[in-house]
Design a protein. Structure first.
Length: 350
């Protein structure tokens, strides 16, 4: 069960979706005829903000489809090519841990496609497609369990685009990165307010792909100027983050080269032994399964590195990290020539 505001910014009335009813048919929609699919969009907002959506399908030859949409909070966004005869380019970078699909129609659907359910301990309602299951969602030829909602608001110049069905997996963590996915509309379920069905030629499948396994960053990051490395608390480990949950023990200590050096340009120094573990993010012991902690085994108790030292950390050529599911994705870590992390440590906190 997914609240209508999850993963998107409400751009029209009924922002909180408290017992909302369908708006009157708008002049910029097309109430006559069967409900046409204008776009199929996939979340590809790598920042995690849930704002950007890439079109994996745009209905060719239809001037109702969106083009340049100024309403996107991140700035004007080109959804479909301005030339209405041109197709969309297949989305290949769906965000592995937060992707969803939005199917935009040219008119309002029958609202019975959705159930509005109370949110516990709240006066608010949230939409659910669990009962009607209006699409088939697959990744890697396996069916993906999902929920979502029907958004009756919007058009081709609002953000989010609408009217639309929002489809999101119940769990993202079991789907391999790089997976080929598709969404297919159930033509006998999705109908407009007059009872007309989505045309058989428009039910899909609409295909897209999740992004490959990626290293998304390190904390601390490599210095922009090696003569001016940043200073970190010795209690803080190096955190290496990815775009999916990782199998921590797929990275071994032998694949991490830690050197204590005189400065960042020092090609020698003293080699240290790495300690690799899950990244614990708070005092309650919560774990960020997309990140790995790296420490110096020689560090004092309750510290990650020795104080008042300069460190260079690199990865051995051909080292890899694996996604934490069977047959999941794999990422090759950059070798020293492409990623060298250098930093100084401060004094130990008293």
């Amino acid at each position: 069960m997914i609240g209508r505001t999850q993963g998107v910014l409400a751009a029209t009335a009924c922002v909180l979706w408290i017992g909302c009813t369908d708006p009157e048919e708008r002049s910029d929609l097309r109430p006559s005829g069967a409900p046409e699919v204008l776009t199929v969009l996939v979340s590809n907002d790598a920042s995690g903000d849930g704002i950007l959506e890439g079109a994996t399908f745009c209905k060719q030859g239809d001037d109702k489809r969106p083009g340049l949409v100024p309403a996107n909070p991140d700035g004007p966004t080109q959804v479909c090519p301005d030339a209405v005869g041109m197709p969309a380019t297949k989305v290949t970078d769906g965000v592995p841990l937060s992707w969803y699909v939005r199917i935009q129609f040219d008119e309002l659907l029958n609202p019975d496609i959705e159930d509005l359910l109370p949110i516990p301990d709240s006066d608010l309602m949230q939409g659910s497609l669990m009962r009607t299951q209006p699409v088939t969602l697959t990744c890697g030829a396996a069916n993906v369990a999902y929920d979502g909602y029907y958004n009756p608001s919007g058009n081709s110049v609002t953000w989010p685009l609408g009217p639309s069905l929002y489809i999101s997996p119940l769990s993202h963590t079991g789907i391999p990165t790089g997976s080929e996915c598709s969404v297919t509309i159930k033509g006998d379920v999705v109908v407009d307010k007059s009872g007309e069905h989505v045309p058989q030629t428009q039910i899909g499948p609409y295909t897209f792909q999740l992004a490959d396994m990626e290293l998304v960053g390190t904390d601390p990051a490599p210095p922009r100027d090696v003569t001016k490395p940043g200073t970190v608390a010795p209690e803080d480990p190096l955190i290496v983050s990815f775009n999916a949950q990782v199998q921590v023990d797929s990275l071994t200590a032998a694949e991490v080269l830690i050197r204590e050096v005189a400065d960042c340009k020092d090609a020698g120094g003293t080699t240290k032994t790495a300690v690799i573990s899950e990244h614990v993010i708070n005092e309650d012991g919560d774990v960020d399964k997309t990140s790995i902690e790296i420490r110096d085994s020689a560090a004092p108790t309750d510290a990650a590195f020795e104080p008042e030292k300069t460190y260079v950390i690199t990865f051995v050529a051909d080292s890899q990290v694996k996604q934490d599911i069977p047959d999941g994705g794999v990422v090759d870590l950059p070798a020293a020539a492409d990623l060298s992390i250098c930093f100084k440590t401060d004094e130990l906190a008293p």
